[in-house]
Design a protein around this ligand. Structure first.
Ligand code: PMP
Length: 451
């Protein structure tokens, strides 16, 4: 296998022509770009021939590693038949088959699959479904209650339910006011409480918001593990209580499992393991094993039925994208689901290995909190453990660690001063140990250098 163009030219073109997502371009242009050209198992190779562990699963979505024969073959087989055909008013074979499989593995009670192409669109669709669910019944319940620091994507609807004070400030004029309540962040509990003794007092603010806005609220939307906001898992029992509260207040519950779905937290879906069926569930990322863009918004039959009616009633959900239900993406997603079954059996041992690999960090002077939800890990670095003093954002402490890790052969992308570790679920125990050894060393080196 040969590179189509020499490495120097590729890097020059990257700097000259590309505008990278979620990337500080001034900083990016000041450094030599990392250009990946192939993968093997859980590793990626750059154009200069260096190999790296894919420590954040190519942005939280790779499941079985790269160049998985079963997944490659599924695409090739489908390619021999059809690459794409629309789902608007008609169907295609892999999209139908995938919908049947998704409903089989999804939390019981979810019955309908609405496809799109990214996590953000899965959320947009969920929000529109929720609002129109009430509209179709003659009710103007159009606000969505969200949680502070939750992240649901960067399209306008997704920003509207989770506007980030840093990322989304220029666009506030586009975003309608939606109420928000604090997400439970046990390490820095604003109520000064400790779990489980707290009895989840933090749910009181949700109850108050539901009381206050009940007549205007279409839905509550939540991430079961706050991802981009800092890798913060919900305390056990929280989601179940929230489900009960939304029912009691006649408000829909949307759970965003874009990041947590498909085994990431150790079970197929967080909400099923928590004994919860939401009214609407958002899925993306791991749905194709990390191969092709595809997303799905799942709804209960009760939600779906409200969209049925004669043409003059105009109950249709008027939402669709050109590539919705793409045949190649659906085919690889089907193959992914087939591989997921046996993979699930192996996760407990690997999750324990991640926990063991993190243990040496518990006494580290800079490590304030270690949060693990299965294969989702956030290591919060602090200036002072006693006071939990955060590092100033400008110090880019997480990036300092990521740079050291990269030099040692592990790719990770931090969230401010939170070091993220989210390897593919197919990583072996040995690979997990090796990756975490690199990460621990990187943290120590940054501490020693005092960056
Ligand atoms: N929801 C959650 C919970 C996410 O983690 C993300 C992406 N990190 C999104 C939505 C948006 O997904 P996408 O980047 O595919 O639009």
């Amino acid at each position: 296998m040969e590179l189509p163009v020499d490495p120097a030219r590729l890097k020059a073109w990257d700097h000259q022509y590309l505008w990278h997502p979620f990337t500080d371009m001034q900083q990016y242009l000041a450094e030599e770009p990392l250009v990946i050209w192939r993968g093997e198992g859980i590793r990626l190779q750059d154009v200069d021939g260096r190999w790296y562990y894919d420590g954040v699963s190519s942005i939280w979505l790779n499941v079985h590693g790269h160049r998985v024969p079963e997944l490659d073959r599924a695409i090739e087989r489908q390619l021999a038949r059809l690459a794409h055909s629309t789902l608007l008013g008609q169907s295609n074979v892999p999209a139908v088959m995938l919908a049947e499989r998704l409903i089989a593995v999804a939390p019981a009670g979810l019955q309908r699959v609405f496809y799109s192409d990214s996590g953000a669109t899965a959320v947009e669709i969920a929000v529109k479904m929720a609002i129109q669910y009430w509209y179709n019944q003659g009710m103007a319940k159009s606000k969505i209650l969200g949680f502070t620091r939750n992240y649901h994507g960067d399209t306008v609807g997704a920003m509207a339910v989770a506007p980030d004070p840093l990322f989304h400030r220029p666009f506030l004029s586009l975003l309608p006011e939606n109420p928000r309540v604090p997400y439970p962040y046990c390490y820095r509990c604003p109520l000064g409480e400790t779990y489980p003794g707290c009895g989840l007092k933090c749910l009181d603010s949700v109850e108050s918001a539901l009381d206050q806005y009940q007549d205007e609220l279409a839905a509550v939307i939540i991430e079961p593990v706050e991802g981009a906001g800092g890798m913060i898992p919900l305390p056990p029992g929280y989601l179940k209580r929230l489900r009960e509260m939304t029912r009691a207040h006649d408000v829909l519950l949307i759970v965003d499992e874009v990041a947590t779905g498909f085994g990431r937290t150790g079970s197929w879906f967080y909400c099923a393991a928590a004994g919860v069926t939401p009214d609407i569930l958002c899925l993306a990322k791991g749905i194709t094993g990390g191969y092709l863009p595809l997303a799905a918004t799942l709804a209960t039959e009760a939600v779906f039925r409200v969209f049925l009616g004669p043409p003059e009633a105009k109950k249709t959900l008027f939402h669709g994208h050109s590539y919705t239900g793409n045949a190649l993406a659906s085919a690889v997603a089907l193959a992914n689901l087939e591989l997921m079954g046996p993979l699930m059996e192996t996760l407990a041992e690997k999750i324990a290995a991640i926990g063991q690999g993190l243990e040496p960090l518990t006494d580290d002077p800079w490590v304030g909190d270690i949060r693990q939800a299965g294969f989702m890990v956030g290591i919060e670095l602090v200036q002072d453990r006693q006071q939990k003093t955060p590092f100033a954002w400008e110090r880019q402490i997480g990036w300092a660690v990521a740079r050291r890790a990269r030099a040692a052969g592990l790719l990770v992308r931090p969230l401010g001063s939170i070091v993220v570790f989210m390897p593919p679920l197919a990583s072996t125990v040995e690979e997990i140990q090796e990756m975490l050894a690199i990460l621990r060393r990187a943290i120590r080196e940054v501490e020693e250098a005092g960056i």
